[in-house]
Design a protein around this ligand. Structure first.
Ligand code: SAM
Length: 272
């Protein structure tokens, strides 16, 4: 994938570069350059075990783009992107703005590289902000000055949790966290999520999760039933909870065989 970002500011001094980070590993899978040796070594080992990983990540990104276009089509003009990652081609504000120039976007991530690069990318871009916060700390996200200034939660909003909830362990109650966000979302709001699962390729799950256990962001893959429980209080729009390539594919795109190979469930749910 072609990269458009330069690195105009130095990386922050507080980076933990001795351990791979989910944001930078994902950047490497997507063909980016915002990663360190420790991330590249990790990603190469993971790809060795599971060669399809980069393609899975590209499908995740493609779902994100389709979901945003769908949401703008439903009249959504404000987005809260939790676990937004290192900026790459087709960021949420770019896709949303191409459909509605007035779209407002608040990005949230815990990773200092993702936050620093997002700040650089967004400098001077109206109606977009980045918050450095942990999505599990719902109060901090919602009370951040950027969130309060840019988003009007009395009107419908889209909350995006794309490829991030599998970094929230069961002990942190992901369904409870989503319910906290749901409680402040106006009726007619949406939740879009993608989530790694062991159900498509069961043999790959354990070695992959064992690898991620070495990072600062261990991974918990979940079943379809668990993803459904996370979506409690949201009505999934058709086609429901499906594998990446099955969610409203572009009509001109060739069909992708064996979609379960993509080992990620996706859904867009409308708040009741
Ligand atoms: C795989 S990337 C996904 C990026 C983007 N959402 C996408 O799908 O293209 C996961 C991102 O979630 C972030 N992340 C992980 N746990 C988080 C948490 N508890 N709060 C906020 N961000 C988190 C990581 O730093 C990383 O940038």
């Amino acid at each position: 994938m072609q990269r458009v970002l330069q690195r105009p500011r130095p990386m922050p001094d507080n980076l933990a570069t001795d351990r791979p980070s989910a944001a930078r590993i994902y950047d490497y899978y997507l063909g980016g350059s915002h990663n360190f040796a420790v991330d590249r070594e990790f990603a190469e080992r993971a790809i060795e075990l599971w060669p399809q990983l980069p393609q899975i990540m590209r499908e995740n990104r493609s779902f994100l783009n389709r979901a945003i276009r769908y949401l703008v089509g439903q009249g959504i003009t404000q987005f809260l992107d939790l676990g937004s990652g290192i900026p790459t081609v087709g960021n949420v504000h770019e896709v949303a703005r191409s459909a509605d120039p007035d779209a407002r976007v608040v990005y949230v991530d815990t990773d200092p590289v993702a936050v620093t690069l997002s700040r650089s990318l967004l400098a001077g871009v109206a109606n977009t902000e980045i918050v450095e916060a942990d999505l599990r700390d719902v109060e901090s996200v919602l009370s951040a000055v950027q969130t309060r200034q840019l988003l009007d939660l009395s009107a419908p909003v889209a909350v995006l949790m794309i490829a991030v909830l599998h970094f929230v362990p069961n002990s942190d109650d992901p369904a409870g966290i989503v319910a906290r966000y749901r409680s402040v979302m106006a009726p007619g709001s949406y939740l879009a999520l993608s989530h790694a699962t062991h159900e498509g390729e069961p043999g790959q799950a354990d070695p992959h999760m064992a690898l991620y256990a070495r990072t600062g962001t261990p991974m918990t893959m979940r079943s379809r039933a668990e993803v459904e429980a996370i979506l409690h209080g949201f009505d999934p729009v058709p086609p429901g909870i499906v594998y990446f390539p099955q969610w409203r594919p572009d009509p001109q795109a060739p069909p992708i065989p064996d979609p379960e190979r993509f080992t990620g469930y996706v859904a867009v749910g409308r708040r009741r």
